[in-house]
Design a protein around this ligand. Structure first.
Ligand code: GLN
Length: 532
């Protein structure tokens, strides 16, 4: 079968959950036995979100091949279990950079380089995944970030228009809009949807399928109204109501026949609706997991999206432990020695978050000390692990001035030091140690047990600094063990204090590889310890 292309755009407002809808479509097609990938095209100029502040754009998600990407790729992977790559996250910046580099090389010699056709051609090339010729895919789902009508999304819309024309029935456009409820009138309003579809039509794109985000149920009359005003079949107007969990969305979409509607539009015979048993088993577990386990999340960004993958990994691990992980954000900038007991009161476990820079790190160190001395299960990730290491140096090894070279490059006790390969780097973007690297686990350690007695694992990274091996013997002698080592570079990837209930820090980011059907073993083991 030829590869089919599904384009997902959004209108009216942002934050409607296009990423969840794209991931759900991926999941449903996968359940029908199709090979699928999902990619995100973001209209901003940054080459990638790696240099963006989480306040601007939420978490930066990292693929196994080391691309810093939009957090929607996390949804794609969690829902479908596929491994995305650098080809699944594209920005205007990358498109222009490719075209401009080509121009400087002289590839277009003599030609005037323009948005149409040069930029749109490059967008189309990437939408068709022409760099990935040897992958055999049945469906490529392309989500376009932002909202139609944004100036910067215009070239993407033009590319979709052209592809639609070129590919004929092999392409389908799904448009997500919002149907607001007006309390005073006690009415749901479809006008914004009509306007949004008109705008799309004005750009030459007729949507095949409309997904209406709504807080209240839309009756058939309402759907019929939208269908007739927007030239869309009634069965192709589906609604995305508020759900108790994002993982209910694929099932709701399946009930409404979204995947079947897509197949029909393309002209593929619709076989029996797949049962999705593992997914339903997971949803049952989720519904039954009501007992709460309280987890303190010590970080500096009080924003749902900033630690998205960590929150989802905790949530998933809770469900597999038959509990509900209740996450309490603890702002590390507000933590002091005096108030830490109060801040962590009632917490059955604490996760110390990743991060960059000075702000809020002393609070993380105080939290690490408190949980270590009170034997509260603690999970440190990346910067969180580094803060555990610094705390141990200051309070157990007796090096009061111990620090990371990132925060104090003059410290005589740089227990966290810059990696050798990072010393010569001057550019910020995409230059960290990124992506999956191997790690050898020490037999008999807690992590070895958690991973189910595997010795060689592979996990994703995003850092410039590392545990300073000069201190390894001292740490080990005083009880903090280095239980995960990268075999090629001899970097310490995991520390643990075996005598504590669960006190583990990882230099890598396990949260990037935790999925709905395969939650990460370290998170499972952590929640288990918290729930003990
Ligand atoms: N800032 C630290 C480093 O670069 C930790 C990075 C992180 O937490 N992702 O090593």
């Amino acid at each position: 079968m030829d590869t089919k292309y599904i384009f997902v755009t959004g209108g009216v407002v942002s934050s409607l959950g296009k990423g969840i809808i794209s991931a759900s479509i991926g999941k449903l097609l996968q359940a029908r036995g199709y090979k699928v990938t999902i990619q995100k095209f973001d209209p901003y100029i940054n080459i990638d979100p790696g240099t963006l502040n989480p306040y601007e754009h939420g978490e930066c998600y990292v693929t196994a091949d080391g691309m810093e990407t939009d957090l929607d790729l996390g949804h794609y992977e969690r829902f479908t279990g596929i491994h995305t790559t650098r080809h699944n996250s594209i920005t205007t910046g990358r498109i222009y950079k490719t075209v401009i580099d080509r121009e400087r090389r002289g590839d277009y010699l003599g030609k005037t380089i323009q948005v149409v056709p040069h930029i749109t051609d490059e967008i189309k090339r990437r939408m068709l995944r022409e760099d990935e010729q040897n992958e055999q895919l049945d469906f490529v789902i392309t989500e376009v970030g932002g909202t139609i009508g944004d100036i910067e999304s215009a070239p993407f819309m033009e590319a979709i228009r052209q592809l639609r024309w070129q590919l004929g029935r092999n392409a389908v456009c799904v448009h997500l809009t919002y149907v607001p409820y007006l309390k005073a009138a006690d009415e749901l309003k479809t006008k914004p949807t009509q306007h949004s579809v008109k705008e799309l039509q004005g750009m030459g794109i007729q949507p095949d399928i409309l997904v209406l985000r709504t807080e209240r149920h839309l009756d058939d009359g309402m759907r019929m109204k939208v269908a007739s005003f927007c030239n869309v079949d009634l069965e192709c107007v589906v609604q995305s109501e508020d759900m108790p969990s994002i993982y209910e969305v694929p099932v709701s979409m399946q009930h409404q026949g979204l995947d079947a509607a897509i197949l029909r539009k393309i002209g593929i015979p619709v076989s029996e609706t797949p049962a999705m048993k593992p997914w339903h088993d997971f949803l049952d577990k989720q519904r039954n997991a009501t007992k709460e386990v309280h987890i303190g999340l010590v970080g500096k960004y009080d924003l749902q999206d900033a630690y998205k993958s960590i929150r989802e990994s905790l949530n998933l691990a809770g469900i597999y432990n038959h509990v509900k992980a209740k996450i309490h954000f603890v702002n590390s900038e507000e933590v002091t020695k005096e108030n830490i007991a109060e801040k962590l009161k009632g917490m059955q476990g604490v996760l110390i978050c990743p991060g960059f820079g000075q702000r809020g790190i002393e609070g993380k160190i105080i939290a690490a000390e408190y949980t270590r001395t009170h034997d509260i299960p603690t999970f440190g990730i990346c910067l969180g692990m580094q803060m555990m290491v610094i705390e141990f140096a200051r309070n157990v090894l007796g090096y009061k001035d111990a620090n990371s070279a990132e925060m104090d490059d003059k410290t005589p006790h740089n227990v966290i030091d810059i990696m050798e390969e990072q010393k010569s780097i001057t550019q910020m973007g995409g230059t960290m140690r990124l992506g999956a690297y191997e790690c050898e686990l020490v037999k008999g350690s807690k992590v070895y047990e958690a991973y189910g007695d595997e010795t060689l694992i592979s996990e994703r990274h995003r850092h410039r600094y590392e545990f300073n091996n000069k201190y390894q013997e001292e740490y080990e002698a005083k009880g903090m063990k280095c239980v995960g080592i990268n075999p090629a570079a001899n970097l310490v990837e995991i520390v643990e204090i075996p005598e504590k209930r669960w006190y583990i820090g990882t230099q890598f980011h396990p949260e990037y590889s935790s999925t709905v059907l395969h939650p990460h073993p370290l998170f499972i083991s952590f929640i288990k310890a918290c729930n003990h």
